[in-house]
Design a protein around this ligand. Sequence first.
Ligand code: B12
Length: 269
Amino acid sequence: MAGTLSLKDCAERLGVHYMTAYRYVRLGRLRATKVGAEWRVLPSDLETLLVDAAIPEGRCPVDWSVRLEDRLLAGDEGGAWAVVEAALASGLAPTAIHVDILSQALARIGAGWYDGGVSIAEEHRATAAATKIVGRLGMRFSRRGRRRGRIVIGTPPGERHSLSVAVVADLMRGAGWEVVELGVDLPIDEFVLAVEKSVPVSVIAVSVGSSENLSAARDLITALKDSVVGPVVIGGSAIDATVSASLGADGWASDGRAAVEAVAVLGAR
Ligand code: B12
């Protein structure tokens, strides 16, 4: 069937073993059609699994996120990666690792820092270990073939939450976009120039983790709107719907899965 994918292709894109992809088909999680001796999958059905591969409420026998948090706080990079590998082997998609496991573990570590239960050094050590995990998982999101369009992602000046940018960039790559990743803390004129050099751009994504950078985010969005044609989507710990609207963004999303949906809508305009 032209335009369809083999189970081997699906396994590669999901970052799981072939037998795990086969198990998804048997369990009905991945829709597939048997053609002769081979299973064929529509790219849109694979996309659905990639995007929706959240952990079903109450059906996760192991709390991978708590295990990961424990290893991150111990600064145990090897142990943290072993937790991620085990979670992948249990059938979780890389998207779920980022959105449901790693981000949640870091959010609890951040809350611990805020409450005083986690020291600054422990938080930094955990972040260093998390950075290695994001690096190792990155390749699981790279896609071959034609892209849906181009996204430029970065932050306002002053912003240092680079893990958020890296994770969201990976999720967008995984959803089939070409992503120009500008990292963090870029001067506004450099950000605008980079977008202009990347034209045609489907969506510009801005991540803001700290509320102290909201005024710079407003200046960045104003500059982007003055110079570049393209919708701006915004997200990160410092952003909610009200803040997003007050900054002049065209859309916002609360987590990585919603971010992928938001760029699909904005990028299709
Ligand atoms: C790690 C961390 C740091 C590290 C960052 C290192 C690095 N290289 O990334 C360091 C130590 C540098 C740091 C510094 C600070 N941090 Co900090 N940090 C965190 C922590 C623990 C994890 C952040 C992270 O990487 N999460 C993983 C990512 C993937 O998750 P995420 O950011 O939530 O992103 C998800 C969504 O928000 C969304 N998303 C993110 N970006 C985008 C972009 C778009 C376009 C879209 C649509 C969606 C989207 O999708 C992601 C995936 O689901 C958070 C805790 C938390 N709740 O997140 C605090 C947190 C973000 N930090 C906080 C604070 C206050 C600070 C500091 C001001 C502390 C200080 N006094 O110095 C500084 C500010 C630095 C700066 N100028 O930017 C607060 C922010 C509160 C606020 N609203 O302002 C938090 C929430 C901690 C807390 N509970 O109070 N931090």
